[in-house]
Ligand binder design. Sequence first.
Ligand code: C2E
Ligand code: CA
Ligand code: CA
Length: 730
Amino acid sequence: MISDELGEVLAEKKASHKTTNTRWLTERIFPEDKAYLVDLNAPEYANIEPGQLKLVINLDQAFQPFFDRAVNVFVVGLIRNVLLAILLIALFYYTITKPLAVLANQFSKLHPERASDKRLSVSRRHEDTELGQLANAGNEFIEMVQLLLKDKKESHRALEQSEMRLNQLIDQVPQLIVALNEYGDILFCNQRFADFYERRPGDVAGMALRQVHLLHDQIDTLELAIHNVRVNGSQAEMREYIWSKPDGEAHYFSAQIAPFEHFNDPAILVVATDISEQKLVQDHISHMANHDTLTGLPNRALLNDRLEQSLATCKRTGEYNALLFIDLDHFKTINDSLGHGVGDLLLKKVSNILSSQVRGNDTVARLGGDEFVILMQSFDEDQGAVVNDVESICNKLLTSLSEPIAVKQHQLRIGASIGVVIFPMAEKSIDDLMRFADTAMYHAKENGRNGFAFYHQAMSLAVEKQRNMEIQLHHALQNEEFKVHYQPLVDLNGHICGFEALIRWQHPTKGTISPVEFIPSLEISGLIIPVSDWLIDHCCHQIVKWREDGFWQEGWYLSINISPQQFYQENMMLSLQRRVDKYGIALSDLCLEITETVAVENIEFAVNRLEKLRSLGATIALDDFGTGYSSLSYLKDLPIDIVKIDRAFVQELGTKSKAESIVEAVALIAKAYDLKIVAEGIETPEQMKYANEIGCHIFQGFYIERPVAENCLKANYSLGETEKSELSSL
Ligand code: C2E
Ligand code: CA
Ligand code: CA
């Protein structure tokens, strides 16, 4: 379009054209056609406004070829690219994907634990490529994994082994081991623990302790201890508590209870040691510490304990109790003569006898040797009643102890002496009480055995006296204060048959002391043995001297009094024989006098010993006959040569008394058994006459001669004319 300066259209031309198929696109991009205005300048009209040329371009038409070409280019490019892509894919597939798939397949089939498996491999062509590297890296990785697995396996096996060893170890230890979780259920236990309950370790796992431990003896205590350990977090120990087996067999345990971690969970470990045997030993030891091993009776320690308690109770309640001190009368002789075996058995029997005679709450204790103590708990506030009670018990005890006791083949007679103290006594300790009871026992013994005595103060003085006496007797032996006097034994015509040796104590200040005063003390103290030995030595020596002096006539004998202890002494025979041999005399020079009481104490032993003595040549006399058991049957059993009728009987002669008829009977029997009869204590010619009339052969007494020193004896006691006429006039 051309327009003038006024805008008047001068010419206009429009090209007609068809719309293109790309018009939608062109419209999108250029919604409007493009218009160009050009000023129409002419130099000759330079001073006027120019006209204008307007050109409008149809963009649809204008872009049509461009679009057409663009489509062409696009389609061709697309096809080329698709082809290229297919090519590339194929190439890619063959060079990468396929080998990768092979690798992946190999990889997926790989089992790292099978070391023998083929490794990742690629074709030779790929070996140097990244695939090859990948395969190599993969193989290295697998090797590493295999190594790790192997390592892990090995350490697992090692762990298993060590666990197994640990389990074996735990099963081996003598303790019961059990681990509990926080609810008290069993996590694990060792074989011993399971065995204890007659189960298997696997079976008890998961069970509560109470389910396993059916007898709930001390389970509460254990559970409490476990609870405390759990709360406090520190370990604890339980000593001496009882766990029972399912069959009820009780065992003593001591247990360590400690907290520990079981796979990060809090748990409790109980390690229990069976101390039943230890306990048994301990109990035994403590029993031994408090009991006498031989008899099983409480010993001094336990007695002291009980006595202390009893004394305290009495002081509090006002009751009276009693302490009995018992000493067997002839134990020492039995022990010495028959040996300790018999002695021990006898003590056991005695302990049974004592125990059987007292009440359950009384204590029978043995202090050692043949000393027993009974602590009698009367629970009585009446002292008189207690005394009566004790008296009857003492009588019972003495009666049963005086019965013959059978030990092995022996029938032993012992008897006992009992000292009693009733307590409490003001301010007196248990030591005082024991001493007093002992004192009373001594007193009972002195009062002629087989009796009992209640303690009173005066006794202490007597005991003091006895102790002093013992000390002095010791000195006497050392300082040779003992002397021997001899009393002749003669026949009817006054001819000497022998002498009796009678001991005297020449006291430095008190003068001559009679044996009746000190022999009991010698016996009680045991000094009788050394003193008797001294006496035998002395007598043997005397015979030698008399022989040398020409005084001693063959056929005479020297009579020696043998004390009970001496007779039952184990080595009596040997000791006697040695002494006799030492002085070069014969046993036939001696007559041994034993009393009836000594002989019947243990008749079998006595018979045996006497037979031996006789076979060695000694003459045996039964002394003081009639004062002891007076059982004439003994005369038949005992191997003796002489019966010495006690002077108490002799002095009854001529009085028409019972004693006289006894003597007559004895004389008859003695005659029947072919025994010589000695009448002791002849003081008058009448006694001698009567003694002769009833059949006595030998006479001893002041009427003939008092016991005198060895140098005062006459060689012949042929009775003088006066004596003879005295005798005949009777
Ligand atoms: P025994 O064995 O019965 O001794 C006889 C005692 O009677 C002696 O007393 C003696 O002196 C005394 N006697 C002798 N004739 C008469 C008499 O006509 N009238 C009176 N009234 N008495 C007479 P002795 O010496 O005092 O001895 C007493 C007891 O001591 C002895 O009694 C004896 O059992 C014991 N005895 C003496 N010496 C020993 C000894 O060496 N060893 C032992 N174990 N005991 C002895
Ligand atoms: Ca005598
Ligand atoms: Ca006598």
